[in-house]
Design a protein around this ligand. Structure first.
Ligand code: PLP
Length: 390
């Protein structure tokens, strides 16, 4: 049977993620080390696990009637006000979903009619690309450069703007570059969004993972930006609960009403016991200590891996946030996909090709340091040995 004619062309046109492809290939190697994964290697702390079991024992195993468990929307709105300087209506300005991924998708779906464009920084978090394409929107890639902290200038944005541009999606601290936008950089993006009358989606999932005194600034907190910004965040990275699936979007009620519908039609609600863990995390001061413990260890690994990569000849800027080192592989191979395949075949280390993050990611490789220190040491030793004679 010819299934092609039945299938969504946008979806068949999207290639498989190199992450799953390389992970599958690495299963053939018993001694494989993954620096490909984008999730904390830490386990979720016991006080959050207890919140899940308490919810289960209390038979909190049904749908959440309004899409969220009692108190969670309010706790999210209070957190945004207190930590980020963002005001949203707790009743109508917050949508909780099964991770930040589906709420991001819901936000894109709510904004774009077929053929309309959303600006993505290039390199960008790879999942934005298929999300836009499968919803029949168009990705408008804005090249961003290492020498500018991988942040777009107003000029970069202006060059790419077209009449079809509806929105712009930013992510700071950034996956894959580790860049953290400065206040001035966020203000420049904000000026552009106001001038061109665009909606901003701001993915702030790595907000707590910053180093060397770098600060995270929420664009929605700037004057005039609250009414045009959808802030997306979640609990996967901060509380090391990627498998529990809770995230949220927050912003102007008119927009959130549509995002809620898409989210609800898609999956009704996030896993209810998981939402109780998220709520406990927001209320319990122990979660700040847990985040700080993780960041301290990421920082130790960051300093090690960046020094090692530079010694090996894979030039890498010191990232200011998230848990990724974005290294230049072009002196060895201009094609990042063939470079990571060679690294995997010959050293059994998994990394992610820069080209997966957009056209301007080519020539780079992303190494995640959300992996045990000793494993990172071993991985660097193997890569060093392989590349030493080139
Ligand atoms: C920038 C960014 N946004 C969103 C996500 C998805 O997170 P969640 O587990 O909340 O769906 C990730 C995961 O790696 C990410 O790196």
């Amino acid at each position: 049977m010819d299934y092609d004619r039945f299938l969504n062309k946008e979806l068949t046109g999207v290639p498989e993620s190199p992450l799953s492809e390389l992970a599958r290939k690495s299963q053939h190697f018993k001694d494989a080390i993954s620096l490909g994964r984008g999730e904390p290697d830490f386990d979720m702390p016991d006080f959050l696990k207890d919140a899940v079991t308490t919810a289960l024992k209390a038979n909190q195993t049904h749908y959440a009637p309004a899409g969220s468990v009692p108190g969670l929307d309010e706790a999210i709105a209070a957190k945004l006000e207190k930590e980020n300087g963002i005001s949203v209506d707790a009743k109508s300005g917050v949508v909780v979903g099964a991770g930040s991924s589906p709420v991001l998708q819901a936000a894109i779906a709510a904004l774009l009619n077929p053929g309309e464009e959303i600006m993505l920084m290039d390199p960008t978090y790879m999942m934005y690309i298929p999300a836009v394409r499968t919803l029949h929107g168009r990705c408008n890639f804005v090249p961003v450069f290492e020498e500018n902290n991988f942040a777009p200038t107003k000029e970069d944005l202006e060059k790419r703007y077209t009449k079809k541009t509806k929105a712009l999606l930013i992510n700071s601290p950034c996956n894959p570059t580790g860049g953290v936008f400065t206040k001035a950089e966020v203000e420049e993006i904000a000026d552009f969004a106001v001038e061109k009358d665009l909606i901003v989606i701001s993915d702030e999932i790595y907000e707590y993972i910053v180093y060397d005194g770098a600060k995270h600034y929420s664009i929605a907190a700037l004057d005039g930006l609250g009414e045009r910004t959808i802030t997306v965040n979640g609990f996967s990275k901060a509380y090391a609960m990627t498998g529990l699936r809770v995230g949220y979007a927050a912003g102007p009620s008119e927009l959130m009403k549509q995002i809620f519908k898409f989210n609800y039609f898609g999956h009704i609600c996030a896993c209810v016991p998981s939402m109780y863990a998220a709520l406990e995390g927001l209320r319990n001061p122990k979660s700040r200590a847990f985040v700080a413990k993780q960041v301290k260890e990421y920082d130790r690994r960051r300093k090690f891996i960046v020094k090692k990569l530079n010694d090996i000849g894979l030039a890498t800027r010191m990232p200011q946030g998230a848990f990724y080192a974005f290294a230049r592989c072009d002196p060895f191979d201009r094609n990042s996909y063939s470079f990571v395949n060679r690294i995997l075949d010959e050293t059994h280390v998994v990394a992610t090709p820069g080209s997966a993050f957009g056209p301007h990611g080519e020539g780079f490789v992303r190494f995640s340091y959300a992996t045990k220190y000793e494993q990172i040491e071993e991985a660097m030793e193997r890569i060093d040995k392989l590349l030493a004679c080139e």
